[in-house]
Design a protein around this ligand. Structure first.
Ligand code: NDP
Length: 451
């Protein structure tokens, strides 16, 4: 049996009931096959793949907190420090009821390659909890965040592990966590990114993932003879990534006609009104029905969960589709609908939103496909820029950070394009991303010996 297949079987055997983790490993290992086979003896001797798929450290802890009725609640929490070969662990904290160890491991594993692709010195990690901030009072969210950080602070630091936001962890949660870290550790350091501007945050961090997604998409289209200007775009999600993807797409001259959340989706024939969307989602923290109620060109459709069922936005005719909600939200049938409607490009704002079968179908049918670990790397790249600013105790201007972000995203695209060409898989950006991300990490792991 080939080394790649052996290691994949080992992952399934040793990590039962973690389907998302298996899926992420399978996708990466499959596209590394040609690279691994070219150097199989050395990689096998050093157990490089076994080390790559095994986190350096996994932390599991309980988070007790008191709700507004005086009742004690207990949540499960995780931090997976996956790989530090090229820098301190870096990756977000997800707060969502669906969070479990397998989900955090899939996200942490993906993060290794994503962080490598940015060209910046950051390793891979991820964390979170099954706590649901939705419907909680500010005091309850603070109580959870403080209890969470009371345990987590022992394992993180500006030069060891620097968490950030993700689903459910926005500016409010990062603020409460940062305050508790500072209080316990007594140091004012850049231990979290996504901080508020008044206490060490970076301009553009809020917009970074969505903006970066569009910079990469624009470059991918340009290099394939298309212009983003004038294109019709469908977006899923209506959180941080989706909102700023929508904003940048419109700034670049495209028309975005859909957004969604976990209960439904909007079709807006006039193009999404980003100011209204921000008011509904960032200020009121309300459902999309409020958007539809305030805008006559918008139609609201009650939808199913994005997980496993598809959200309906993929049935809308478009040129470009940007899944920006959650994992496994774009399924094979959705891919078929996109192809039938003439979609030319899909770029993932979320992590692993497209299933392996859907990805293959899109690629086989000539749709340009940019995987999340490249397309959404703008968030973590700007987090790394926040770390740099914190280290030098300086704040760069919006234009400076935005310019660096754009450069990074354009470079990422060319790295994957070049890697795919080098290994005779021209246009396969999934393979290109995995190969380019892997080679740097593998080199560093080899150079650092058996650790
Ligand atoms: P937010 O919490 O801000 O928004 C998430 C959006 O997706 C919301 O509209 C939410 O709807 C929807 N959603 C989440 N889970 C589900 C679900 N199970 N079913 C249906 N809809 C769902 O998160 P972000 O925008 O930050 O993150 C979105 C994706 O992008 C995630 O995959 C994340 O890992 C990835 N990502 C985020 C980065 C960042 O910088 N924020 C960086 C790189 C990747 P509702 O409000 O109804 O729950």
């Amino acid at each position: 049996m080939s080394y790649v297949d052996e290691v994949f079987n080992l992952v399934v055997e040793k990590n039962p009931a973690q389907p998302e983790f298996h899926q992420a490993v399978k996708e990466v290992l499959e596209s590394l096959r040609v690279v691994i086979e070219a150097n199989e003896e050395a990689y096998r001797r050093d157990a490089l793949l076994e080390r790559l798929v095994t986190p350096e450290r996994q932390l599991l802890f309980r988070v007790p907190w008191v709700d507004d009725k005086g009742q004690v609640q207990v949540n499960n929490a995780f931090r997976v420090q996956f790989n530090s070969a090229i820098g301190p662990y870096k990756g977000g904290l997800r707060l969502h009821p669906s969070v479990n160890l397998g989900i955090i491991k899939f996200l942490g594993f993906e993060q290794i390659f994503k962080n490598s692709l940015t060209g910046l010195p950051i390793g891979g990690g991820k964390g979170g909890s099954d706590f649901d901030p939705k419907g909680k009072s500010d005091r309850e969210v603070m109580a959870f965040c403080q209890s969470f950080m009371t345990e987590l602070n022992k394992y993180i630091g500006a030069d060891t592990d620097v968490p950030a936001g993700d689903i459910g962890t926005g500016a409010r949660e990062i603020g409460y966590m940062y305050g508790q870290y500072k209080r316990i550790r007594g140091v004012y350091e850049g231990v979290l990114t996504g901080k508020g501007l008044s206490y060490g945050g970076s301009l553009v961090r809020t917009e970074a993932t969505g903006y970066g997604l569009l910079y990469l998409t624009e470059e991918m289209l340009k290099c394939n003879g298309h212009d983003i200007k004038g294109k019709t775009v469908v977006i899923s999600g209506s959180g941080n990534v989706a909102i700023y993807a929508c904003q940048k797409a419109q700034q670049l001259g495209a028309k975005v006609v859909t957004v969604s959340d976990s209960t439904g989706w909007i079709y807006d024939s006039e193009g999404i009104d980003v100011v209204l969307l921000k008011e509904v989602k960032e200020v009121k923290r309300a459902r999309l029905t409020e958007y539809a109620a305030a805008r006559s060109s918008a139609v609201y459709h009650e939808g199913k969960s994005a997980e496993g069922a598809g959200s309906g936005v993929w049935s809308v005719k478009c040129d470009v589709a940007l899944p920006c909600a959650t994992q496994n939200e774009l399924l094979l049938d959705d891919a078929k609908a996109l192809v039938a409607n003439g979609c030319i490009a899909v770029a993932e704002g979320a992590n692993m939103p497209t299933t392996i079968e859907a990805t293959q179908y899109l690629q086989e049918n000539g749709v340009l496909f940019a995987p999340g670990k490249a397309a959404n790397a703008g968030g973590v790249a700007t987090s790394a820029l926040e770390m740099s600013q914190n280290s030098e105790r300086l704040s760069w201007t919006f234009e400076e950070v935005d310019g660096k972000l754009k450069n990074i995203m354009v470079n990422i695209f060319h790295n994957l394009d070049d890697a795919a060409k080098k290994y005779n898989m021209e246009g396969n950006y999934v393979a290109g991303a995995n190969i380019a991300g892997f080679l740097k990490v593998a080199d560093a792991m080899t150079a650092q010996g058996i650790v």
